[in-house]
Structures are given as C-alpha cells and as structure tokens.
Design a protein around this ligand. Structure first.
Ligand SMILES: [Zn+2]
Length: 399
C-alpha cells in the first residue's frame, strides 16, 4: 500500500468532527466559521507535511509538492470541503484528505513524480447563494459576468477575488477527484472502485396546468377543470413510460397547487420536472416526449419552460485507464459507470482532463448524517488515487 491507512482515517475522522452536531449531522456550509476551521485544519496538515500552501480569492485551498520537472503543468487532485446542512462526513472531505494523504506518501516515500502535484479543497460545491460548484467554477473561469456583487459581499467575497481565482488552463495537466458514490451501484455488486465515464447533465422544466378553481362541494365531478387531477393522471402515465427506459432518470420534487385550499377544486398545478442523462441528446428527446404527454391534457391549458440546462460531460479516457491500471496494481475490483450526481470534476472537465474514482456508499445513502463508507473502502480509495496519480504522471509525459 502506498498510503498510510491509519493516519488517513484518523485525520478524516478529526476533520469530520468540525461542524458535526450530534443527532443532526454535519453543519459546515461554505463561508461560515466552521468551514474556515475545517480549511485551516487541512492547511495545517499540509504545512506539517512541507507542502506550499495558498488560499485563492474565493477561498479554495491549495497545497503543492514539486515533481522532478518544474516545467511540466500541475496534476491537481482533491474535492470540496463544504457540506450540505445535516449531511455526512465523507461527501467532499474524503477526496481532499485522500489527495493530501496520496501527495504526502509520494513525498515521504520519494516515489518518482515528474509533474508538480497540488492538493485542492474547493469551496462552495454544495450550492447556496452563488449556485453549486462555486469554487471550482471560479477556478475554471466559468462564473459569468456581471458578477453578483451583493451576493458576493454577503459571503465576504469580492468581484476582484473571483476574477483573481481563475486559473490559466495551460498550467493544469489533469484533475483527479475521489468521491463517495452516493448511490447503491457498487455496494450491490460488491465492487470496490467505480470509474465514472461521465457526469450526467441536468435539465429542469417549470410545468404548469391551468384549470378552473371552483367550489369543491357543489361542482359536479364531470364538469370540473381540476388541475390536480389532470397533473396526477399526466404524471402517472409519464412515470409508467419512464420505467421502460434506463438511459435517463427524472424527478418531480417540487409540486404546488393554487389556490391551495381544502374546499376549492385546484385551478392551477405547478411543478418542476428534472431530467438527468449522460447524453444531452437524450435529455432533449425526453423533454420533447414529456411535452407531447402534456399536450394530450384536454381540460386544462398547459405550459412548459426550461429553467436550467447543464450539459453532460465526458470524463477523460486516459485518466479512466490510469485508474483501471491502478486498481489492477492494487488488486481491487473496479467497474466503469456513470456519475448521476454533479461534482467539482464537472467544471474542471471543461478546462482540463478530469477523472473520478468512486468508493461504495453503504445503502447508497448520502446528503444525510447516515452517510457511511467502510474504513477499508476509504483507504482503498485513497491508495487507488495515489496509484492513479503516479500512473497518469507517467502516461501524460509520454503523450
Ligand atoms: Zn460532493
């Protein structure tokens, strides 16, 4: 094993105490004192290991070790340090602490490394005022102008800080991110490591069905223009259709009725339809299919507007094979699979080669205090990350 498992687990656990509320779970959103305490904890470990440490204009943390050829671009590895309220200890911090352990072990053991290696802890991945993957989008130069001055100030940031965080993509060789799977795929198959081939795109549509509010006691059933009933029938037909396909997933997680009173036939039903797929073309096709289901409703007028479109990204084939090779070397099972959740690797893939490594989530649970990954899987993930970095270090110089 390249990494020191016990040291890594002890540090990950110590980091997991910062912001932890007994009975509630993690409380460590970006731009809060508990977040800063966590970042300082990691920075301290980096300094102790002799890394050069810096924090950029939005609060992303970097710790660097040198390779043998300083003219080469940087291999970056990490994830995010913030957590959703009531979340767990592993979503994000695992990737940062594993990258730290990998870099430290490579340095201590003087393993051959040509590229400089930087460990990164991105900020604000979980969303909030500035939207998800904020730190990595700032780093990748993907935050659109004009910058939201007031929102930035609320988080203690400045427009200048955001602009100064943008990196020069030619400075980066590649980006690796180890993350918990957050789904049941690996655990159910009893496989140690997942190698994501891409990250799904996300599209969301605001859908509304407009009928007629009326007296719920006196209006004959057949004469009602009941927006709730129309929406229920529509969604029931829709979900029967979605079960026949496995190249996308969709969800209706927000639903509201107007005027919303117990004795009034609902005049209006509104909901958000979310569609995710590894292929943009599938998201388009599924949306147009939904539109035709919607068009069949006769008793109500309907509308459907796209409110969010985030395209799918492919992860880098060379890095996927580096991870596969690392698994072979370490003697652990692996499988290629899609990533159904978005990650910092998404913005990073737009400016450099990006690769991910998944470890099993027990019962597929995440964004919950019940989130758990077995210690041996955490250590194995960190070790595969270290080996993948070294493999990519060799391959990228050849290419
Ligand atoms: Zn995450």
């Amino acid at each position: 094993m390249i990494v020191s498992g016990d040291r890594f687990l002890a540090e990950l656990e110590a980091l997991g105490q910062i912001g932890w509320v007994e009975g509630e779970g993690m409380n460590r959103p970006a731009f809060t004192p508990s977040y800063e305490e966590a970042r300082e904890f990691v920075a301290g470990k980096m300094r102790d290991a002799g890394f050069s440490v810096r924090v950029d204009g939005v609060g992303n943390l970097f710790g660097r070790i040198e390779g043998s050829d300083s003219s080469l671009p940087v291999i970056l590895a990490g994830s995010h340090l913030d957590a959703v309220p009531g979340g767990g200890k592993y979503d994000g911090p695992l990737g940062v602490m594993a990258a730290l352990e990998a870099a430290r072990s490579i340095k201590e053991k003087k393993l051959p490394l040509r590229h400089p290696l930087e460990v990164v802890g991105f900020t604000g991945e979980e969303g909030g005022e500035m939207g998800g993957t904020f730190g990595s989008r700032a780093f990748a130069g993907l935050i659109e102008e004009p910058l939201p001055g007031e929102k930035l100030a609320g988080a203690g940031l400045t427009a200048e800080g955001v602009r100064s965080s943008k990196t020069d993509p030619s400075r980066i060789a590649c980006y690796f991110e180890l993350h918990i799977e957050q789904g049941p795929y690996l655990e159910r198959r009893n496989i140690s490591i997942g190698i994501p081939t891409g990250i799904v795109g996300i599209s969301r549509y605001a859908v509304s069905l407009n009928g007629e509010p009326n007296h719920a006691g006196t209006t004959p059933m057949k004469e009602r223009k009941d927006a709730m009933r129309e929406a229920a029938e529509l969604l029931s037909e829709w979900f029967a259709w979605t079960d026949t396909r496995d190249d996308f997933v969709c969800n209706v997680g927000v639903f509201s009725l107007h005027p919303g009173a117990v004795a009034i036939v609902p005049g209006k039903a509104e909901f958000l339809l979310e569609i995710r797929s590894l292929k943009d073309s599938v998201m388009e096709e599924v949306a147009s299919e939904f539109r035709s289901f919607l068009g069949k409703r006769k008793k109500v007028s309907v509308s459907m507007d796209r409110v969010i479109w985030k395209g799918a990204v492919d992860l880098d084939p060379l890095l996927q094979s580096s991870v596969e090779k690392a698994c072979e070397e370490a003697g652990v099972s692996c499988v290629r699979m899609p990533s159904g959740a978005s990650h910092d690797a998404n913005p990073m893939a737009r400016i450099t080669r990006a690769g991910m490594i998944f470890v099993p989530s027990v019962n597929g649970i995440s964004h919950s205090k019940e989130e758990y990954t077995a210690p041996q899987d955490l250590v194995q993930g960190a070790d595969v990350l270290a080996r993948s970095i070294l493999e990519a270090d060799r391959q990228l110089v050849k290419n």
